[in-house]
Ligand binder design. Structure first.
Ligand code: SAH
Length: 194
């Protein structure tokens, strides 16, 4: 593994992510929204996450900025990063397949929204966020730069911790006891751990 290949891997995650979600984004746009918890706060959180996983690493790959935060490249870390990146994309694809037209980039419940509790949603109730955490860790392992590498963890972490309670409240408001029972028998993002 070389620094250039590691950078190519980081850009590949972004491209693959876009390709995977594209179909679902189109389909879900056609499904009317019944309840929305979207607002300025959500938009800001999404932008912070997009910067950390997108703009900051892209600028680093394109220009090398901020070079002062570089540290020596470790091939073993980068290989591990590649494993995390592949895992992120596999989980990401599975969550999109499972959610289907119930998917949304933000906090929205659609008309005839179905609560999905099978497949990747069986043991963990936020597997798509698991995928984003895997991606953020992959970025940190692949880019030997304290700022560009860790921007994903900071950016997605801000979205995750700023959103999760509101998302669960929205699901409770929509699905009531069904979601409460689902919460009781599942983990948040890591099976059997958290
Ligand atoms: N938090 C989930 C989904 C993220 S996408 C995950 O990490 O996998 C966000 C949208 O998914 C929300 O607007 C919500 O309406 C929907 N959603 C979240 N959990 C769901 C579930 N178990 N079944 C159906 N839709 C769900």
């Amino acid at each position: 593994m070389t620094p250039t290949l590691a950078e190519a891997a980081v850009v590949s995650i972004m491209v693959a992510w876009y390709i995977i979600r594209y179909r679902y984004a189109r389909r879900s746009r056609r499904t009317p929204i019944a309840r929305s918890a979207r607002g300025p706060r959500e938009t800001v959180l999404l932008l912070i996450s997009l910067s950390g996983l997108g703009f900051v690493p892209l600028i680093y790959v394109a220009t090398g900025f901020p070079a002062f935060a570089d540290y020596p490249f470790q091939p073993a870390l980068a290989w591990l990063g590649l494993v995390f990146a592949i895992a992120a994309l596999v989980v990401f694809r599975l969550t999109h397949k499972a959610l289907g037209r119930n998917w949304s980039i933000s906090l929205e419940v659609r008309e005839n929204h179905q609560l999905i509790t099978a497949g990747v949603y069986r043991h963990v109730r936020h597997p798509m966020y698991t995928a984003f955490w895997l991606w953020a860790v992959a970025q940190a392992l692949l880019l030997p730069n304290w700022i560009a590498g860790f921007a994903g963890i900071i950016g997605f972490g801000t979205l995750y911790f700023g959103r999760i309670a509101r998302e669960e409240q929205m699901m409770l408001d929509s699905f009531g006891d069904e979601y409460r029972a689902y919460m009781q028998r599942t983990y948040c993002i890591i099976p059997y751990v958290y």
